[in-house]
Design a protein around this ligand. Structure first.
Ligand code: GLC
Length: 594
């Protein structure tokens, strides 16, 4: 078994969430009625038209100088968020948590993490977003909770606790539990012995994150009640974290001989997963006009089950195949030194985009809190080209079919911090894997080099607001180091520059709003085997756009076979955008064809 490999697979899988709008509730604004849909596929929904901006609260803005971002900090930046032209914000978990996995270990689902503020701050934040016509969706972390949750504290005290069956246990009198792997456990063991009950509890993540037993209807009702609490406050949707893990094989039979280390496939997507999703929809989602997005794992067939509207489960799904591409096999997120196969990568997007054209609805993202910075991973972060490269990636995200999820800081071209020392890292994922490599006598230097590209902390460094100390993020010592490039890369300097990365993002977000073809139009890959250029058309009724993206640092030519002689430029990332198909390094251009 190769745990490092599984982990990368897992995270990809975990991040697939779906916005789900209520199937029965009518759309609110007449202005948002669906434009004619030539494909006949896409019933119009507000969440298909939204641009989502992800805020990692810990790193966005610190209001009280403790070095940790907080809700009042976000409140102080509401006008900035509005100025981006986005429609919806996804907040990473803000619930009470001891922060073993930065909020993904929840000790009280109906309270706010102390470092982030209080419920009154949350209410003010929600109101502030709503006053600005920005919707808010929250992370729903319900595969597991924290060992400090009252349910678990009671459960672990006695087998007679009313909460014992809220968790998965293996009684010690049956001997050692059958092997299961854990993603954030140094020993790689998902069973942890608990003395008071003389039994082992299951934790697919860290031992501080016990898995909840979804087979217990009482647990499910508690979760639905908690969801209604937030929805009744007026939040607009949920991202369902690691949702495929809720149902698992609880016969705990030995792993099949065919088990190939593909953790997600064998440990998640259990027999009742979609029963639970349908129950959740019936009991909760269908009563509200909201959106849901699944962090779902697996192939097209598995993912589609969450979002096929006929099944009445969730609305949108993240998929992982493209974002997890380009790592060495059987290793933990270790980038292939030879780079990645660009043509194959494009075809992954084509496969998923085509699938969502038939049914359901996808998402588009290149980064989030589980990923490094998109500019380092998928573009080029060197100062000479980071401007164009970053704008090119933004053009990509905002011109694809599927709701765009855009990660905070990418709108100013933030880059990986590339820590040299393990001591600089905070993330449980990295620290666990470092310890495992070390225990096996592996090459730690090579591991740390790889992590400069792929580790999650690269995407978690504080927001760079200006060129004052700590990039204007905090007056205290930031919980994670600020990227030293903040003097050159920050919001304040880019506000003033009409050609900045920031203002390009705003222009692209406006363009998406103005052109329904970018939302509902058909998508077609062209010049598929071009080794440098990602080229596709978007077509709706009589409108046809051609998107040309040069992903390479060299001049390149798109051979689309289309007549460009009368093409009109809608946007481009160079002062004189190309209308000929000949592209400068990292050039992006969207052309309207007659
Ligand atoms: C999801 C989250 C990730 C977290 C994991 C465990 O994948 O996105 O940040 O570590 O779940 O909760």
């Amino acid at each position: 078994m190769k745990p490092l490999h599984h982990f990368a697979f897992f995270l990809g899988a975990v991040l697939l969430l779906a916005f789900s709008a209520c199937n029965t509730a009518p759309d609110k604004t007449p202005a948002q009625q669906t434009p004619a849909d030539t494909s006949g596929i896409a019933a119009k929904k507000w969440w298909k038209e939204a641009v989502v901006y992800q805020i990692y609260p810990r790193s966005f803005k610190d209001s009280d100088g403790d070095g940790v971002g907080d809700l009042k900090g976000i409140i102080s930046k509401l006008d900035y968020v509005k100025s981006l032209g986005i429609d919806m914000v996804w907040l990473n978990p803000v619930y009470a948590s001891p922060n073993k996995d930065n909020g993904y270990d929840i000790s009280d689902y109906q309270n706010i993490m102390k470092e982030f503020g209080a419920m009154a701050d949350f209410d003010a934040l929600l109101q502030g977003f709503h006053d600005r016509d920005i919707k808010v969706f929250m992370d729903l972390v319900v595969n597991h909770c924290s060992e400090e949750h009252a349910w678990f504290k009671s459960a672990r005290s006695s087998r007679n606790s009313p909460y014992y069956n809220y968790f998965h246990w293996w009684p010690a009198e049956k001997g050692k539990p059958p092997y299961r792997w854990s993603i954030f456990d140094e020993k790689g063991d998902a069973w942890e012995y608990n003395k008071a009950t003389d039994s082992y509890y299951l934790h697919y993540f860290a031992d501080a994150q016990p898995d909840l037993n979804w087979e217990n209807p009482a647990l499910r009702q508690e979760i639905y009640k908690m969801m209604r609490f937030w929805l009744d406050k007026g939040i607009d949707g949920f991202r369902l974290d690691a949702i495929a893990f809720c149902s698992k094989d609880t016969t705990w039979s030995p792993l099949p001989a065919a088990y190939d280390g593909n953790w997600g496939m064998y440990y998640a997507s259990g027999p009742y997963l979609h029963d639970y999703m349908q129950e959740m929809n019936r009991e909760v989602f269908s009563k509200y006009d909201i959106a849901t997005v699944a962090e779902a794992m697996g192939d097209v067939e598995r993912v589609m089950k969450f979002v096929d509207p006929a099944r009445k489960e969730l609305d949108m799904a993240y998929y992982f195949e493209a974002i997890d591409f380009g790592y060495l096999p059987k290793e933990y997120k270790m980038p292939d030194p030879k780079g990645y196969d660009f043509v194959a990568w494009k075809k992954i997007y084509a496969k998923w985009t085509d699938a969502f054209a038939q049914k359901g609805w996808g998402t588009m993202y290149l980064a989030n809190h589980d990923q490094p910075r998109m500019l380092t991973r998928w573009g080029n972060d060197s100062p000479a080209v980071r401007d164009v490269s970053s704008k090119m990636l933004t053009t990509f995200i905002l011109s694809m079919r599927g709701t765009p999820f855009y990660y905070f800081g990418d709108e100013i071209g933030m880059t990986n911090i590339k820590f040299d020392k393990v001591d600089d890292y905070n993330d449980i994922e990295l620290l666990t894997n470092y310890a495992q490599v070390k225990a096996k006598g592996g090459d730690l230097k090579r591991f740390l080099e790889g992590m400069k590209i792929s580790s999650r902390d690269n995407g978690r460094t504080p927001m760079q607001w200006d060129d004052t100390p700590n990039a204007g993020f905090s007056t205290g010592k930031p919980w994670l180091k600020v990227n030293p490039n903040y003097a050159a890369v920050n919001v304040s300097s880019q506000e003033a520059d009409p050609n900045s990365i920031l203002n390009y993002f705003r222009a692209m977000a406006q363009l998406r709003k103005k052109e329904p073809v970018l939302i509902y139009g058909d998508w077609q890959l062209v010049d598929a085997d071009n080794p440098d250029v990602f080229a596709y058309t978007r077509t709706l009724n009589n409108k046809k756009l051609l998107v040309l993206l040069n992903f390479k640092a060299v001049d390149a030519t798109a051979n689309t076979g289309l007549d460009l002689s009368k093409a009109k430029v809608l946007i481009g990332n160079y002062p004189a955008p190309s209308v000929s198909g000949k592209l400068k390094p990292y050039e992006a251009v969207i052309l309207e064809l007659p």
